[in-house]
Design a protein around this ligand. Structure first.
Ligand SMILES: Nc1ncnc2c1ncn2[C@@H]1O[C@H](COP(=O)(O)OP(=O)(O)OP(=O)(O)O)[C@@H](O)[C@H]1O
Ligand SMILES: [Mg+2]
Length: 390
C-alpha cells in the first residue's frame, strides 16, 4: 500500500541520515559516504509517493555529491541538513515544504476491517459540512478527531481512507518530525500547512504521533520554538472548530499514548475515538484481506487462525501472513538464490511456484512475529483510561 511504503522509505532515509552523521562524527568517512548514498536512494524511492518530487530528487543528488566529498575525505562544511529543513526560511520555501507533505492515499474504506462506527462518524462529519443547510440554520460539524489506540490498529489507515474516500488532499505530518527538523520554524510550518490546506479543500491534515507535542512540553528543556508550535497548533484547531466557512479541513490526530496529552490539548478535539485491537470479526476480515484477496489459498481453517491471532494487532496479523507466505515460497522454490546468480533474464523467465498455505507456514509466521506487541498491561491501561473518560 503506497501510504505504508512511503512512510517506511522515509523512515529508512532518516535512519541512513542518522547513520551517516554518526559515522562522520566518529571519523568513518567511507561508512558515512555509503550511508549518504543509501539515504539518497531511499529519498528517491520516497519521492515516488509524494506530489512534490523535484525538491526531493534535487536533495538526493546533493546527498550523492556530499557522499563523494566525504569519501574523498573532505569534511562537509556544515552538518547535512534533513531534507525538509531546506529553505524553510522564506515563504516560498515554506510552501514547498508543506506541499511536500501531501501524500497520495490509495487506501479505501473496504481495506479497513471493523471500526464501522468510526467510519460512519467521519462520513457524517463530511456530509454535515458539505450538504446545504436550510436558510438560517447552523449545524456545526466536527472537524477535529483524535484517534487513540495500540500500535498497528488502523489509525493511519483510517486517516488515509478518509482523505481518499472524500477525494481530499492528504497532508501527513509526524509531529515529532516537525519538532526535530524545523526547529524555530515549526510553528510557521504549521501555519503555512493550514493555509495551504484551506486552499486545497477538501483536505485532511493527519497529525501522527501527536503525543510528541505534550512530551516536548513536559520536558525540562522546552524551548520557545516548541511552545510556539503548540500555541499555533491549538489556535488552528480552535479556528477549525469555530469557523462556519464551508471549506472542509478535517484534522485527524493519532496517538498510542493518550494519557500523555494534557487537557488543554485534548479539549481542542471535537471527538476522541478509541481504535482498539481487532475483535474476532475484524481479524477474520484482516486475514481475508491479507490472504485470499492477495490470491493465496489456505489449507488451515480460517476459524482456527482467527482464534490464534487473538491479541495481535492488524499490523502483526499482516506480518504473520507475510511470513507464512514467505515460508511457503521458500518451501516450493528452493533454488531462487542460484537463479539470481544466473542473471536477470533467468529470474524474469522463472514463474514462482505457489501452493495453499499449510499449518507449518503459519507456525513459522507466528513464531517469527512472537508475542503480541500490546501486552495485557497496555490493554488494561487503555481500558482504565477509557473508563475514566480519559
Ligand atoms: N483495522 C484494520 N484493517 C485492516 N488492516 C489493518 C487494520 N489495522 C491494521 N492493519 C494492517 O496493519 C498495517 C498498519 O496499520 P496502521 O498503520 O493503520 O496502524 P496505526 O494504528 O497507525 O499504528 P501506529 O499507532 O503504530 O502508527 C496496515 O497497513 C494494515 O496492513
Ligand atoms: Mg500510524
Amino acid at each position: 500500500m503506497p501510504v505504508d511504503l512511503s512512510a517506511s522509505y522515509y523512515d529508512q532515509y532518516q535512519h541512513a541520515m542518522r547513520q551517516a552523521e554518526k559515522a562522520l562524527a566518529n571519523g568513518y568517512g567511507a561508512r558515512a559516504a555509503s550511508a549518504y548514498r543509501r539515504a539518497a536512494d531511499y529519498l528517491e524511492k520516497y519521492a515516488g509517493y509524494v506530489t512534490n518530487t523535484s525538491a526531493l530528487k534535487m536533495r538526493a543528488t546533493q546527498l550523492r555529491q556530499l557522499a563523494d566529498r566525504v569519501a574523498e575525505g573532505v569534511p562537509p562544511s556544515a552538518p547535512a541538513q534533513p531534507v525538509t529543513e531546506e529553505g524553510a526560511g522564506d515563504a516560498d520555501g515554506l510552501r514547498q515544504q508543506v506541499v511536500a507533505l501531501i501524500q497520495r492515499a490509495e487506501v479505501t474504506w473496504d481495506d479497513i476491517a471493523g471500526l464501522e462506527a468510526t467510519k460512519r462518524e467521519i462520513k457524517t462529519a463530511y456530509a454535515l459540512t458539505m450538504a446545504r443547510k436550510p436558510a438560517g440554520v447552523r449545524i456545526d460539524a466536527p472537524r477535529t478527531l483524535l484517534l487513540y489506540g495500540p500500535p498497528g490498529t488502523g489509525k493511519t489507515l483510517l486517516a488515509a481512507a478518509t482523505s481518499n474516500g472524500l477525494d481530499a488532499t492528504f497532508f501527513s505530518v509526524r509531529v515529532s518530525d516537525v519538532l526535530s527538523k524545523y526547529f524555530g520554524e515549526s510553528s510557521r510550518l504549521v501555519g503555512a500547512l493550514y493555509a495551504e490546506a484551506r486552499e486545497r479543500t477538501p483536505a485532511v491534515v493527519f497529525l501522527d504521533e501527536f503525543d510528541a507535542i505534550s512530551r516536548a512540553r513536559g520536558e525540562s528543556g522546552e524551548s520557545g520554538a516548541e511552545r510556539r508550535l503548540l500555541a499555533t497548533l491549538l489556535s488552528e484547531l480552535d479556528g477549525l472548530n469555530t469557523k462556519s466557512d464551508p471549506a472542509f479541513v478535517l484534522t485527524v490526530a493519532a496517538t498510542n499514548r493518550p494519557w500523555d496529552l494534557d487537557s488543554a490539548v485534548r479539549s481542542r478535539f471535537a471527538r476522541e475515538v478509541h481504535v482498539p485491537l481487532p475483535d474476532d470479526a475484524a481479524r477474520r476480515r484482516i486475514l481475508e484481506i491479507q490472504l485470499p484477496q492477495k490470491g493465496h489459498q489456505v489449507d488451515v481453517s480460517l476459524d482456527d487462525l482467527v482464534e490464534r491471532s487473538a491479541g495481535y494487532s492488524g499490523r502483526e496479523i499482516a506480518q504473520i501472513c507475510e511470513q507464512a507466505v514467505a515460508h511457503m515460497i521458500q518451501r516450493l522454490n528452493q533454488d531462487l538464490e542460484a537463479l539470481v546468480d544466473q542473471g536477470r533474464d533467468a529470474v524474469s523467465a522463472y514463474e514462482l511456484a505457489v501452493a495453499p498455505l499449510l499449518e507449518e507456514d503459519f507456525t513459522v509466521g507466528l513464531a517469527a512475529v512472537g508475542a503480541p506487541e500490546t501486552t495485557a498491561a497496555d490493554l488494561a491501561r487503555f481500558a482504565r483510561w477509557c473508563e475514566e473518560g480519559g
